[in-house]
Each structure stands twice: as C-alpha cells, then as structure tokens.
Design a protein around this ligand. Structure first.
Ligand SMILES: *[C@@H]1O[C@H](CO)[C@@H](O)[C@H](O)[C@H]1NC(C)=O
Length: 221
C-alpha cells in the first residue's frame, strides 16, 4: 500500500471513530435544519415528528413550569414535563426540561429515562436523591436549594423530600422526549398485566403479595 493510501485509511478510521464517539455522547440525533416544529397531526411516522410550516414564537414557549404542581397524590410529588409534547419547537433539538414538586415526605419513585441523562437544580427545599449503577451501587446525596445533581442516562433514580417544607427542582434532559418508566407502575400496573408467575418468581414472593401490589397500581393507570 502506498504511503498516501495508508494515511487515507488512518484518516478514515479516525473519522469513523469520531463519528461513533459523537453518536454515543448525544442522546437525540443531530439536526439537519434550523427548526423543525413538531406537527403531531401529521400521519407520517418518523423518528420524532414531521415538521410543520411557519414556526411562530408560541411553538418555542411554555409557561407551565412557573407555578408549583399539586402534590396531593399517593407519592406526594408531581412531575410537570416541558418536552416536545408541550413545546413542539423542541422537535429535533435534543433537549427538554421538567419541574418536579415534592410535599414534605414526598417521593418521586424509582424510575428511569431510557433516552436521556437528567440534571436537576434545586429551586426550594432539600432532597435525598440517588441513582443505582448497573453494578447495584447506590450513589446518593442530600442536595439543597441552589445545588445540582446528575442522573446518568438509563439508570434507576429517585428523589425524596425528607424535610418539613415543600421542595422543588428544575430538571434538564438531553432528549426532546426522555421517556419515563416508573418501576412499580411498569411491572405492577402494566396493561395487559405482567403475569403473576413472572412477578412471583422475579421477586421471590407469593401470588397474594403480587396481587396486593398490583391493586395499588391499578387505579393509577
Ligand atoms: C388536590 O388538590 C386540588 C386543589 O386543592 C383538588 O382540586 C384535587 O381534587 C386534589 N386531588 C386529590 C387527589 O386529592
């Protein structure tokens, strides 16, 4: 092989490695135009949403994070999303936000975001937060107003308000639609239901216990 050819091959391998590297660090695919405001009424299925014509300011705007969400529910917490479903202008841009409010004692129960890393900024109060690695190591900390914590993409995580006053965070995600699977609801509230004999064996418990847990999640669907 000529020296010039070898240099070309090395360059191509390097470019391919860089491309793979960039793909693994960015959650959503890169964009190919300035804006692609989601058109959810289009019948065409693509990875994301097709673009509507004539973007306007309202397509990029959302006021829904300005007020605390109601936390008078089973878990004492409420997630208010600000993703492509609320802000169609986020389509193809690879970012989104949420606000999470917590009553005293409130829990955002263990869940994962299959498509995004999350970073939270504490607006009010204090939270006991943590994520669990694939080696089952719990990485946990108490975070206070003004502080930031990170939950790596795909890992199970939670936030709990152990304080006596309400707490709130603003969350950022590197996906226009991070997706959420809450472990309890996913396994015990799925429709059609996950078979009892899968859950009895998985959790090493009896059918009665499985049915009891399922009954707690059934009304939340
Ligand atoms: C929560 O509080 C709001 C406003 O006070 C009320 O309208 C709603 O019914 C309550 N929800 C539950 C589940 O208690």
């Amino acid at each position: 092989m000529a020296a010039v050819d070898r240099v070309l091959v090395v360059m191509m391998v390097l470019i391919a490695m860089l491309a793979i590297g960039f793909n693994t660090v960015s959650a959503d695919p890169d964009l190919l135009q300035d804006v692609c405001v989601a058109d959810p009424t289009s019948g065409i299925m693509v990875n994301g949403f097709t673009c509507k014509q004539n973007a306007i300011a309202q397509d990029f705007f959302f006021a829904g994070l300005s007020m605390p969400g109601l936390t008078n529910n089973t878990f004492g917490s409420l997630v208010t999303p600000a993703n492509v479903m609320q802000i169609p202008g986020l389509n193809t841009l690879g970012v989104s936000m949420a606000r999470i409010d917590y009553a005293p004692g409130g829990l955002n129960p263990p869940h994962t975001h299959p498509r995004a890393t999350e970073i939270v900024f504490v607006l009010e109060g204090a939270l006991n937060v943590g994520f669990i690695t694939t080696a089952n190591v719990l990485i946990t900390k108490t975070i206070q107003k003004g502080e930031v914590y990170t939950f790596p993409k795909g890992l199970v995580h939670f936030q709990k308000n152990d304080g006596k006053v309400p707490a709130a965070v603003i969350a950022g995600f590197n996906s226009q639609l991070p997706g959420t699977q809450v472990l309890g609801a996913t396994l015990f509230g799925a429709s059609p239901p996950v078979p009892d004999n899968v859950l009895t064996k998985a959790f090493q418990i009896g059918t009665e216990e499985v049915e009891k847990i399922k009954s707690k999640f059934a009304p939340m669907k």
